[in-house]
Write a protein that binds this ligand. Sequence first.
Ligand SMILES: Cc1ncc(C[n+]2csc(CCOP(=O)(O)OP(=O)(O)O)c2C)c(N)n1
Ligand SMILES: [Mg+2]
Length: 687
Amino acid sequence: MRTAPTLATVTWQPIDDRTVATARRLTMDAVEAAGHGHPGTAMALAPVAHLLFGSHLRHDPNDPLWPGRDVFILSPGHASLLLYCQLYLTGYGLELADVRSFRRAGSRTPGHPERGHTPGVELTTGPLGQGLASAVGVALSDRYVRSLLDPAAAPGQSPFDRTVYVIASDGDVMEGVTAEAASLAGHQRLGRLIVIWDDNRITIDGDTQVAFTEDVPARFASYGWHTTAVAMAEDGDVDVPALDAALRAAQQADDRPSFIRLQTTIAYPAPQARGTAAAHGAPLGAAEAARTRQLLGVDAEAAFHIDPEVLAHTRGAQVRGAHLHEQWRVDLQRWQDREPARAALYTRMTAGTLPPDWDADLPTWPIGSEVATRKASNALLNALVPRLPELWGGSADLAESNGTRLTGIPAGQPAGTTVANASPGGPYIHFGVREHAMAAALNGAALSGLLRPYGATFLIFSDYQRPAIRLSALMDLPATFIWTHDSLGLGEDGPTHQPVEHLWALRAIPGFAVIRPADAHETRAAWCALLEQRGPAGLVLTRQPVPVLAQTDGERARAGVRAGGYVVHDSPAATVVLIASGSEVALCLAAAELLDRRGIAARVVSMPCLEWFEQSPPAWQEEVLPARLTARLAVEAGSPLGWWRWVDRGDVMGVTQFGASADPASLFAGAGLTAEAVADRAAALLG
Ligand SMILES: Cc1ncc(C[n+]2csc(CCOP(=O)(O)OP(=O)(O)O)c2C)c(N)n1
Ligand SMILES: [Mg+2]
């Protein structure tokens, strides 16, 4: 069996001190060369990074995507050089030239680490708090995957046991999303999550005493974390043996996440800059850098000089990594031989393909019946989740409302839970009232590529998730955000709960698909398209029942939804086009009927996803919205903001005021969204 993740006490040699000195001076050199950047924390934590990458992390620099690796997340992304130095020194393929071109256009060393841009960067970080919160998602989803694929293995003995290491700064620990995520991690007893808090008492405004004076470890202890403290060494440097011991204790505490308070001195050992906020985000300056190089014992060397002995030492990580990787391969092979069915599932999940017949028995609805699209989505999830174990997720305390309560599907809870129908391997997560942490956790859960995570709340509360949604799009992760109660149509809960600007606020995020199906049929098509397309997406659903349309059924609609928009009603004599998404498609069909009675032929286009329509071939766009049909009216129960893109010389009907606590029919009428009003406006367009 594989070696346990815990390693023998690290023996720190003079060469390790030289390695740390090298990383520190490389950090200074890179910031001095760029003329800007964040040297302080990358310098101070150089021993931490070397201890992790050299001794604790199971990783293979030759294969940054090795599935058996531990995950390292640098939550304070501004300290990116801390990571870049390790990726260079341990041999990830990042070269000295890359470190030299730190923060330059086109370099592999951007200001903050970017996943997909630099090999070895697991997660894009920079917005404080997101890294730590996403790490909770990694650990939570890892536990699920491990239970799914290798439930019988003893703790630490499965090829799917990974540890998630996080470095977090004061800012990370102060951010609200961290409170949500840490509380969830404590409840879920995520024993394979280890956070090192860089307690340097410095943020940009200066001493943390100006704003941050609580007992942080006590807070984490009350969340249910295992906490330890490592005081700084007498000279202000990191106490490496004490940190090493704390890490080993954290690795042993496998029934709780671990929080290590690590006291450090920002910019150590710079004689003037150390311990100051000035060292957070600006070059030390030539004179201070020279004094620091002297203290580091590298003053005689040219900038960016690397001692070959140091490099040979750090590149030992490649040998160690290859060894760990090979051991893992053997363990994985044994597991595959023992578990052929699970191994086939793992192969499929790794490939990201869907099994045959995954969509064979999806629900159907009688045409003409009235079904809220959230209810349709619920029926779909109930059909899909038992067939697709990669569908992992839940809701932020709105399971019933969001249509994510699943029949018979176990909840994911820690071992020994008293919750009914729950286990560590349950694919359904009760995220609690923690929308932001849920969204960040979805990003973490999507990183491995094995899962298709989803998380649900009301559309109005997408505002509580926005920073994580943006990162999901930036990283192009296959996360699905389910948002119900999508308009004034939610009714009596009133303006605090009625989205107005949200659809366009979300559509404004580059690379993010907002899908707002017209009815149950389109909701089915949307889930199918989502599962086939693998991109960051939001599924926007109604609270209120909407008619199940004849025009949205079958393969034609499925293709139409995939293309983002398609014709649902037409006439060869059409002179005007009504374009709508979601609940307003039925409204436009009714308006087309009224127009017909007035002798005006209209085409109706259902446009569930503007991003997909934008990406569809020009010929398809022309087929749906021909250039000759310039009289176009877009109708959506939200801000009209971006619809102008598609209406040519036409018009947009939307919502520009907050709603009110009233029944949906009055609210739609009050906003001017009735079939009569739509028909009138369309007729007016024709002059
Ligand atoms: C959400 C968010 N708010 C603000 C910032 C801007 N910012 C970058 S670092 C920082 C605080 C620096 O203090 P700390 O987190 O302790 O990092 P250190 O200076 O110790 O490296 C701030 C406010 C940010 N990156 N993310
Ligand atoms: Mg700090």
